[in-house]
Design a protein around this ligand. Structure first.
Ligand code: NAP
Length: 307
């Protein structure tokens, strides 16, 4: 039986592993399909403390992985497909079979939804982005578009308007689902031009990345080209929480609800990072939650040892 199983290798999972390993809990971490998490799909990370000149997202995750391994973390490149947290020890399954653990840290993250545009994967980080806080700085004094009609899109458009020369907000309907105050901020922002109801047909690009978009008016079907240097897709996130039901509670968007820092409703099961964070979704906040989860797991094991 393992002491701690950590599911997910983003900043939350790897930070939890570093702390758990240094507490001699010999953590085993399941990497899933996206080793390193969302940061592996970004380019330069300039807001993670400790790197004066920034660090590439994949490099940051490789460093965190090595740091976790140095203290004895075992990384298994498999996906946890099923769990049973109805009693302790907890049971988890991968394609290779069953695992049992005294405590579990869920750090499976949330996947940013994307539009599924032609050449989307190729242009991600080269004009296409799903995070204005992460990538907005690279578009200083440039023209960008944001797509979406929720609070995230409004927030990202406002944020980008402080950096960029012009922001187009493109939404498929004339109505926004975002809260009124957020919409009002966008409507009153002279740097943001609203384009509704439009859908994005495809990005235009050259060698260096995106240089425009083809957009289509939903009612007339007329298409037009929009010259932009980047597109931020803010159409929501999908938290990867499905397999943990019914042993954790989730909110209406699928984020795991926690109390007392990272505790879920099942004692001994903790959730850290974007999977439990609908608000901040930053690498540094995920890392902080990973630290909390590991310390809480350690205390849980100490309290329940022999019970
Ligand atoms: P959301 O509320 O689910 O909105 C997603 C938006 O993307 C919707 O406007 C939707 O259009 C659009 N969309 C979805 N799929 C699309 C597609 N394939 N093509 C084009 N457009 C598409 O997501 P969110 O804005 O990320 O917000 C999630 C939650 O976090 C919400 O509860 C929100 O209030 C909260 N949040 C709060 C704040 C804040 O208060 N500061 C900031 C960010 C997020 P339709 O409207 O047509 O469906």
């Amino acid at each position: 039986m393992l002491d701690v199983v950590i599911i997910g290798t983003g900043p939350a999972g790897l930070t939890a592993a570093i702390y758990a390993a240094r507490a001699n809990l010999k953590p085993v971490i399941y990497a899933g399909t996206m080793h390193g998490g969302q940061l592996t799909t970004t380019t330069e990370v300039e807001n993670f403390p400790g790197f004066e000149h920034g660090i590439m997202g994949p490099k940051l995750m490789t460093e965190m992985t090595s740091q976790a391994e140095r203290f004895g973390t075992k990384i298994i490149y498999e996906t946890v497909t099923k769990v049973d947290f109805s009693k302790r020890p907890f049971k988890l399954w991968t394609d290779s079979g069953e695992i049992t653990a005294k405590a579990v840290i869920i750090a499976t993250g949330a996947t940013a939804k994307t539009l599924g545009l032609p050449k989307e994967a190729e242009l991600m980080g080269r004009g296409l982005s799903t995070c204005a806080t992460c990538d907005g700085f690279f578009y200083r004094n440039k023209v960008v578009a944001v797509t979406g009609g929720g609070d995230s899109a409004m927030e990202e458009a406002n944020y980008l308007s402080k950096l960029c020369s012009q922001v187009y907000l493109i939404h498929r309907r004339a109505e926004f689902r975002a809260s009124k105050i957020m919409v009002d901020r966008v409507l009153n922002n002279p740097k943001i031009k609203i384009m509704t109801p439009y859908v994005i047909e495809k990005p235009l690009h050259d060698q260096s990345g995106v240089n425009g978009l083809v957009i289509k008016h939903v009612e007339t079907g007329a298409t037009q080209e929009l010259k932009v240097d980047g597109l931020f897709m803010a159409i929501g996130h999908k938290p990867n929480s499905d397999i943990f039901l019914p042993w954790v509670d989730i909110d209406s968007h699928g984020y795991i609800k926690t109390t007392q820092h990272t505790s879920t409703k099942t004692p001994g099961v903790f959730a850290a990072g974007d999977i439990a964070d609908p608000t901040f979704k930053q690498a540094i906040t995920a890392a902080g939650m990973g630290c909390q989860a590991a310390i809480q797991a350690q205390r849980f094991i100490e309290e329940h040892e022999g019970h």
